[in-house]
Design a protein around this ligand. Structure first.
Ligand code: ZN
Length: 132
């Protein structure tokens, strides 16, 4: 296990998921080397729910972190916890194309990708209208 995946497992212990009963944890790191954890936080008004990945990224950015270089995401189920589309878009805002993305499962297995595996042809402030 790598350190970031370990942190993501720790984060999912704090999941607030009474509606889906699915626990997700995430952890990110950036230029400072600090690690920021996030977990999914649900709401009775389902649209107000937020994913673990965005909690971790927003915590990092709100505390002044830059150049997020890696994110780990894991869940309490057998399948691998791949980020949803909204989270992939947020990742593309704050991470470079070659940033690491680790995706885990409850068996403490994980797969390694880079961001542009997750979201090819990404829509960013640099690429708006420039890709064919
Ligand atoms: Zn998401």
């Amino acid at each position: 296990m790598n350190k970031l995946i370990d942190e993501a497992y720790e984060a999912l212990k704090h999941s607030y998921s009474p509606y889906s009963n699915i626990k997700i944890g995430a952890a990110v790191t950036g230029k400072s080397g600090r690690i920021y954890r996030g977990t999914n936080i649900e709401n009775a008004a389902y649209g107000s729910t937020i994913c673990a990945e965005r909690v971790a990224i927003f915590k990092a950015i709100s505390e002044g972190e830059s150049d997020i270089s890696a994110i780990a995401v894991t869940g309490d189920f057998d399948g691998f916890a791949y980020p949803c589309g909204a989270c992939r878009q947020v990742m593309s805002e704050f991470m470079k194309k070659d940033a690491k993305v680790y995706v885990g499962n409850k068996n403490e297995e994980y797969k390694e990708y880079q961001l542009d595996d997750m979201i090819p042809f990404m829509f960013t402030h640099e690429t708006k209208g420039k890709q064919e």
